[in-house]
Design a protein around this ligand. Sequence first.
Ligand code: PLP
Length: 373
Amino acid sequence: MLYFDHNATTPLSPRAKAAWLEAVDRFPGNPSSPHRIGARADAALSEARERLAGILGCSPLDIVWTSGASESSNTLFHHVASSRADSEVWISAIEHPCVLESARHYVGPRLHLVPVTRGGVADLNWLHEQLQQRRPALVAIMAANNETGVIQPWREALAMCQEHGVPFFCDAVQWIGKLPASGIGACDFVAGSAHKFGGPRGVGFLKCPGKALIEPLIRGGPQEDRRRAGTENVAGVLAMLAALEEREGSSEHKQQQSWRDEFERELVTRLPGAAVVGAGQPRLWNTVSALMPETDCRQRWVVKLDKAGCAVSTGSACSSGKESPSHVLLAMGYSPSEAGRVLRFSSGLETTQKEWRILLDALTSVHAELVAT
Ligand code: PLP
């Protein structure tokens, strides 16, 4: 089976697996325990914190280990709701549901959506104009969109927010491990998740200002400087770092991007009516969001491609299988019926040119079948 759903989750990399197995043997203790076995686990966690801080460009004190980006995002909006109960919160209209829904839940009526362009990019003109008039409690713009792969102008948005003294949150889940993470630690808050770059599921982090008191979402023990209770997942954290360090050192994505580009060119040539969403915008090297010809609903495409040996997605994993059209595509100005024709293909570093070509042939055959029925 060819796997083209890396934006949903990635297989555990061999290096991460080895790091996890080594860690469970070497660090069996609880990092909070008073004996040497506990202290060794705590030291391993501190060392991992330094390594991640070095990659992101922030202080180790800024890192809080979490179970993943959904928890990181919920922690942040819970904190914002408890500490700044009056001001507005502005988030881009194309954020992942873990950002949109946690913001809706915790800050509800104070939430305003930053519009996006037809190309799927957060509208910085809107942000600039609004910042001249008001100061929100937080602005959130993701680093790269999980459905379209369109890269967002987070550096520019961060600079604007810094100029106006407004805290800035970047959901960097799809960026980290695909593009260099250096400098992203300059954002006040950053969410990351190991299973998007070859690490294990159920582990991630929230980068937040180390000196500020963060209102914990999960209460209990004093772990993580009282910012997140619960026994830390030492082996998960070490496996995440092993996966990330491997990805940070890799330059294979240039080759990957050329195969992806070849696939896109061929796709729109072979299937009349097909188009690439976000074409012309800087996009992640691994993602194709394709508006398919008006032959059938995308679920049938997915089922037929699955039978042909290719695992693809209709968009974000969270909304796959549901009937409601993607909020990302609607925000970009696509109609609900167009949004219902979009498929997502997302590769990994191990994907080969041959696999892209097999996927293209499978799409061509499925298209011919759908046209004939
Ligand atoms: N943010 C983005 C952009 C994502 O793609 C995802 C995963 O689908 C998440 C957040 C949620 O991450 P996690 O699975 O770690 O909760």
